[in-house]
Design a protein around this ligand. Sequence first.
Ligand code: PGA
Length: 247
Amino acid sequence: MAGNWKMNKTSEQAKFFANKLIHDLAGVNFKVILCPPFVFLSDLAEILKGTNLSLGAQNCYYERSGAFTGEISPIMLKDIGIEYVIIGHSERRHIFGETDEMVNKKIKAALDDGMKPIVCVGETKEEREKGLTFCVVESQIRQAFFGLSKDEVLKTVIAYEPVWAIGTGIVAKPYQAQQVHKFIRTLLGELYDAELCQKISILYGGSIKPDNFFGLMVQADIDGGLVGGASLDDQFVELAKIVSRML
Ligand code: PGA
């Protein structure tokens, strides 16, 4: 389970909430990743040291260093002990113009520097209405993983996040999400092999809430959730409890 805090919280709020989560999620026996804004990562890395919670960044650039004003490189993240990085989130793609080619470069750069990318894909409302969901997702997956070996892809996590479900309160129906998850798994089986498609984790994201999470999590090909709004407060703890009860 990953919590994408997006551009939320002050420094004090971030530290307070991280400490609360250390306490409330102390017993969980599955991977929980917090993805706060860049500026809080160092402090939270200290706070979370030795706990069962991991940290991820929400983005990175694909060069190691240089004249790239405002950007953060994977090696900088690695240097402060960050393990994961979200790449290709729909807000990056749609608000900041990230292309599939940039997503591919970022995944490669992150892997080269020992980070684990959480790779986001998903169709817009318009694309779904036109019947293009599978076509769009296939193209995003193929381009994201272009040139990557099986071992590299195994270090990534995929997040299927239909754009129409992100931050809208309109969650995908479990069967809709399952269809796409299964499609992605099958595609990876074709691009790589059966072992990879069984081992890789595919998270669902988009308006996950405590009242809809169980229905999604029981689907055969949904391995977890990438949570936005509900990762900012106690709902995140409720979501973790739902997963705990299922294991
Ligand atoms: P949401 O965001 O849970 O607020 O819909 C999910 C995401 O963008 O990862």
